[in-house]
Design a protein around this ligand. Structure first.
Ligand code: PLP
Length: 417
């Protein structure tokens, strides 16, 4: 049965609700920036974080009221910066399932995958872009630009078209083919660029002023992180306002990890979470592991990774502008950073698919490889509840070819002789 509030025209998109944003703050210096106008980086050139009046927010809503609203990221509109109901863009964001992986589980503690491949554009980039493009739409911006390893470009293209905004997208030349085509099919202008995502970023910053682009790069505007924050709000909500012991997050630019940690901090401040906070674990590929190296070295920021290479395209980010925020979240949460190699990633993808029927993307599979590795190392304990983030649909990537054939004239035999 379809209830009216389950349709895309649901209450979350129709109901005017107050906004609790007070100001924005430089994530490094703490300097205050006024809300209500267009921002990129802070005046010190660092990411800006959105601040809310959490006391007023908790006086206004109750957990049960929130939990009874239609599912999806706009359920949490009071924790988001979009003021006007007309500017909330939606392509039917769902509450992504927490899928138990009982056969893949290697310890007593429960293993769950949050399957973000079920979102519009089939990756969790939809969360960040739904909110950031809604803000751009509210400001009346007409052109946006982005360097991307693929999924962010697809999500930007989709929400920008929804808002009637023109999107210009630059991807490394070896971005998975389907993603480049998806970006074009969703109505953005897209170019392949020889090099890596930072080479694409350079093009965006150089042409920005002449082209009147608003730069939607990871953490160079303050609102994608707010959209990604809904992963943390939604996870806590799904778990009855508790959190797991450990969250394994495939980390590129780190928006999701930083965003979730921000969400848990906000919920904790409001007194909504029972139990402790989760340990946040940044998972990277051994061929591109700047955060892991910085964590192991005890550094507060990460050096750019030379010759970055991995099958997990979404986490091939050699230098992240929010490196210090990722490291801060890992350390504050008593988490850690772990690197896994490409072979382990591909084996993990096969294992989870064959055992539990969930086809993870390589980045998601990296978190399973890390789960296995860190149970062995003892950094994850045998009885802990672990959540893996499967950040995109496994169907977005190339799969192994199938060469078996059966001649229609032959009688089928199994097993083959
Ligand atoms: C973007 C992306 C990531 C990394 O997410 P961040 O929050 O930027 O670290 C991981 N996996 C996939 C599939 C992605 O598209």
């Amino acid at each position: 049965m379809v209830r009216p509030h389950d349709t895309p025209h649901d209450g979350n998109l129709a109901e005017a609700r107050p906004c609790f944003v007070t100001h924005l703050e430089c994530s490094q210096t703490g300097q205050r920036h006024e809300a209500g106008r267009v921002h990129g980086l802070s005046t010190s050139g660092k990411p800006l974080l959105v601040k809310y009046d959490l006391d007023a927010l908790s006086a206004h809503v109750e957990r049960q009221v929130v939990a009874n609203r239609p599912a999806g990221l706009w359920r949490y509109s009071e924790w988001l910066p979009v003021r006007s109901v007309e500017h909330r863009l939606s392509l039917g964001e769902v509450q992504t399932p927490l899928v138990p992986l009982p056969r893949s589980q290697l310890a007593r503690g429960t293993l769950l995958a949050k399957d973000e491949g079920c979102l519009p554009t089939h990756s969790f980039k939809a969360r960040g872009m739904a909110v950031a493009v809604s803000m751009a739409h509210g400001w009346g911006l007409s052109r946006v630009a982005l360097p991307t390893n693929g999924n962010a470009g697809a999500a930007l293209a989709a929400y920008a078209r929804r808002a009637g905004i023109e999107a210009f997208v630059f991807c490394p030349a070896d971005t998975p083919e389907i993603l480049v085509r998806e970006i074009a099919a969703r109505g953005a202008h897209v170019w392949r660029v020889p090099g890596l995502i930072n080479d694409c970023a350079r093009i965006v910053s150089e042409a920005r002023d002449a082209m009147q682009w608003f730069d939607m790069s990871t953490l160079k505007e303050p609102y994608r992180i707010e959209g990604k924050k809904t992963m943390g709000l939604e996870l806590a909500d799904q778990m009855g306002w508790t959190t797991p012991d450990v969250i394994l997050y495939p980390t590129g630019g780190g928006t999701g990890l930083i965003g979730m940690w921000k969400a848990f901090g906000e919920l904790k401040h409001m007194g909504w979470l029972s139990g402790g906070l989760p340990r946040m674990v940044a998972v990277q590929a051994r061929g591109c592991a700047p955060i892991v190296k910085a964590y192991d070295d005890g550094s507060e920021s990460a050096a750019p990774w030379p010759d970055a290479s991995t099958v997990a395209a979404g986490i091939r980010v050699p230098a992240a502008i929010g490196d210090f925020l990722i490291l801060r979240a890992i350390r504050q949460s008593n988490g850690f950073a772990a690197a896994v190699d490409d072979e382990a990633i591909l084996a993990a993808q096969r294992d989870v698919s064959e055992r539990d029927g969930l086809l993870m993307c390589p980045e998601g599979a990296a978190t399973y490889a890390a789960y296995k590795q860190e149970l062995q190392s003892g950094r994850i304990a045998d009885d802990e509840t672990v959540v893996l983030f499967n950040c995109a649909s496994g169907l977005k990537y190339s799969l192994s070819p199938v060469t078996q054939q059966w001649d229609a004239g032959d009688r089928f035999r199994w097993p083959p002789r």
